[in-house]
Design a protein around this ligand. Structure first.
Ligand code: ADP
Ligand code: MG
Length: 342
């Protein structure tokens, strides 16, 4: 045992990754971007390949008492495709590795793969390999996704400039609210198994939690409009936390407006029902898998009328900090609470 023991919770997930990254040396000139973005970027002839990986653990990332295995399979692919989208790239291949305990039957694994195959069809990617092994605990799924882009099409987290417009797709906070509902109904069921949970009223939020869709539609539309976001990432840990990442990587500040933040009606109503502040859910809810990106002002007119892209603020000088202007007009400092695993 080393004498100095540091708890992982002291550094947090991002602090730990930063610490590990200090000792990483890139040796190949083809590695254009290593650790630190949504995906790594690798030179491949006249274009680039992007590579990302995500690990899903039963009991941490999903709960099989309410998440059907087909949805878990779909989600495992979608969250990786979302990171490929976040680079402004097109996904092409995935590998899937699973660890299984003897609790799982062949039919259960087939259900998982039905979801994986449905996602492959939906995103137009090929499943090209993986690994299968035993697990002492529950189910573990690791997906790696590969994508392609032209070199000058790639959007890094680091490209935002002062006065760029900050955009977000879809709406935020729904997946967090969906999780709260599913957890609540699970407790109700455990207390009284005869009670049949009535989830119909919550279809949007539970759907967003159980079966998120990566926003490849937006990536294709941006291409058609000839827009390359100056920076981009996906919203997996919460909007505020992601804004902090873009600001840090790009060395800029941000000013966002509460009244511009997109929230779905069912999400808003359910948040209120759960005694949660809807805006806090929008700012800090995890697993939205929407895209957060910045565009140059010159591209605004092309996107202005888009029904599913919201202009939530703009980038400022780094020394101006990161602020949220509330509905009453006061500027409050943004806090990156994020989604803490540790
Ligand atoms: P995302 O939420 O987009 O999946 P993460 O926050 O998980 O990104 O990771 C941020 C960056 O750190 C990524 O570039 C990722 O590849 C890298 N990373 C995460 N964990 C590790 C690890 N254990 N070793 C090396 N790189 C890691
Ligand atoms: Mg990401």
């Amino acid at each position: 045992m080393p004498e100095n023991r540091t708890e992982i919770s002291e550094l947090g997930e991002f602090g730990l990754i930063e610490r590990l990254n200090q000792d990483v040396i890139l040796r190949n000139p083809s590695t254009l971007k290593g650790i630190g973005d949504d995906a790594a970027v690798i030179e491949a002839g006249d274009h680039v390949k992007v590579v990302t990986t995500d690990l899903l653990i039963e009991g941490v990332h999903f709960d099989l008492s309410y998440a059907p295995l087909t949805h878990v399979g779909f989600k495992a692919v979608a969250v990786n495709v979302s990171d490929i989208a976040a680079m402004n790239a097109i996904p092409t291949q995935i590998t899937v590795s699973i660890a299984l305990s003897n609790r799982f039957s062949v039919e259960a694994v087939e259900d998982l793969y039905a979801g994986i195959n449905a996602a492959c069809e939906h995103y137009g990617v090929d499943l090209v390999g993986g690994d299968t092994t035993a697990s002492r605990g529950g189910l573990v799924i690791s997906v790696t996704a590969i994508g392609e882009a032209q070199k000058d099409q790639v959007s890094y987290r680091s490209g935002a400039k002062v006065n760029d417009i900050l955009c977000v797709t879809g709406d935020l906070g729904s997946a967090l609210i969906g999780l709260q509902i599913l957890e609540r109904e699970k407790q109700v069921y455990l207390a009284n198994p005869d009670m049949k949970p009535d989830l119909e009223k919550y279809d949007v939020v539970t759907g967003r939690q159980l079966k998120p869709d990566a926003r490849m539609d937006i990536i294709h539309e941006l291409r058609e409009m000839d827009i390359v976001p100056t920076s981009m990432m996906d919203v997996s840990d919460g909007l505020a936390s992601e804004i902090f990442h873009i600001c840090k990587a790009s060395n800029v500040g941000a000013l966002i407006y509460e009244d511009k933040l997109p929230i779905d009606k069912q999400t808003f109503d359910t948040a209120v029902e759960l005694n949660l502040d809807p805006i806090t859910c929008v700012l800090n809810g995890g697993e939205d898998y929407e895209l957060l990106f910045t565009i140059d002002q010159k591209d605004f007119a092309k996107l202005e009328k888009h029904p599913d892209i919201h202009f939530i603020g703009h980038m400022t000088k780094a020394e101006e900090g990161k602020f949220l202007v509330t509905k009453s007009g006061t500027a409050v400092q943004l806090k990156a609470q994020g989604w803490k695993h540790f």
